[in-house]
Design a protein around this ligand. Structure first.
Ligand SMILES: Cc1cc2nc3c(=O)[nH]c(=O)nc-3n(C[C@H](O)[C@H](O)[C@H](O)COP(=O)(O)OP(=O)(O)OC[C@H]3O[C@@H](n4cnc5c(N)ncnc54)[C@H](O)[C@@H]3O)c2cc1C
Length: 286
């Protein structure tokens, strides 16, 4: 099918974008790799599309204080290839490199990726899992005002929490000594069965863990109680599996062609412990 009739326009600066969104009926399109599928099958109808893919102002990687800040329009391919991201936040580099295939990564952006949960045909967002694990945030602009949103709340929302005139400027990933992302799929580029992101640090001699999982249900899910169990009992303790089961007892696990709910539930502790172990190795933490 073809999209329903719509107006198309392009923003080359954030000022342009702010003005176009201020009209109240416009939807940003970054890489179009999620949005176009829904426009084509008409599970979404929009009146005006604002193409932000050439908004170079919002395509950047920088370290700012204790966080890595990635402009929202930075492509997944650029993030995956960035040496600074790989060195400082391996979980993010791996997640960006594991999204779909090279064509989608060349067009798809980190900002579009974290909005994936609200598109009717998409329920994966690999970058969102990493952002939830490190308890990161989003910089959101409306007119001249820029505010910070907690990423976990943003990602857990049942519908898009952005107002009509909002756009995402950047994603902020607090840094840790080590991080890792484990994505389980039958073949490399297949949709994932489940994924886990871990951030680990030593603070005052004590292990600190940040943890989230994706594709077990519709939204990335932070597993704080499992992280506390690992900090207290160690990664090899049998209590870790019990903590995973307890933390997800009310979660409706997804059934999909990639794996059924039962398989996803049983594999969860495996990907969780694997991600924490890899993060500890990367961070030189015993
Ligand atoms: C075949 C296929 C396989 C895929 N596999 C994966 C996968 O393995 N893992 C995965 O995570 N995703 C996957 N996706 C989903 C998608 O390609 C990616 O999530 C991609 O990163 C989306 O980014 P985009 O820039 O193309 O977003 P778009 O499609 O342009 O936008 C997506 C949504 O985000 C909003 N948006 C985008 N940028 C902004 C901004 N700066 N401010 C406010 N709102 C914004 C748009 O309005 C829209 O609602 C797949 C998609 C397809 C078609």
């Amino acid at each position: 099918m073809r999209p329903a009739e719509l107006r198309y326009t392009r923003a080359l600066t954030t000022e342009d974008l702010g003005q176009l969104l201020a009209r109240g009926d416009a939807t940003p399109m970054a890489g179009g790799q999620g949005l176009m599928r829904d426009l084509r099958n008409r599970s979404m109808v929009v009146s005006t599309l604002v193409d932000i893919s050439r908004l170079t102002e919002l395509a950047y990687v920088k370290e700012d204080g204790d966080a890595l800040e990635i402009g929202a329009v930075t492509t997944l391919a650029a993030v995956a290839a960035d040496g600074h991201v790989a060195a400082r936040c391996a979980a993010l580099a791996t997640a960006a490199a594991r999204v779909a295939d090279v064509q989608i990564r060349n067009r798809g952006t980190v900002g579009g990726n974290v909005c994936g949960s609200w598109l009717p045909s998409t329920w994966s967002n690999d970058v969102g899992v990493v952002l939830a694990a490190c308890d990161g945030s989003l910089l959101v602009q409306n007119g001249a005002e820029v505010r910070t949103l907690n990423a976990r709340e943003f990602l857990a929302a049942r519908s898009n929490p952005l107002a009509a005139r909002d756009f995402i400027r950047a994603l902020r990933f607090p840094l840790a000594a080590g991080s890792a992302y484990v994505r389980l799929s039958r073949r490399w580029a297949d949709a994932s069965i489940g994924s886990a992101a871990a951030f680990v640090d030593r603070v005052d001699g004590r292990l600190r863990v940040g943890l989230a999982v994706g594709r077990i249900s519709e939204r990335p899910l932070a597993l704080d109680s499992v992280a506390r169990t690992i900090e207290a009992d160690g990664i090899d303790s049998p209590t870790v599996g019990e903590a995973c089961a307890a933390a997800t007892s009310s979660v409706e696990f997804a059934d999909s062609v990639q794996a059924d709910a039962e398989y996803r539930r049983s594999v969860l502790p495996v990907i969780v412990t694997r991600s924490v172990r890899e993060a500890m190795t990367a961070g030189g933490i015993q």
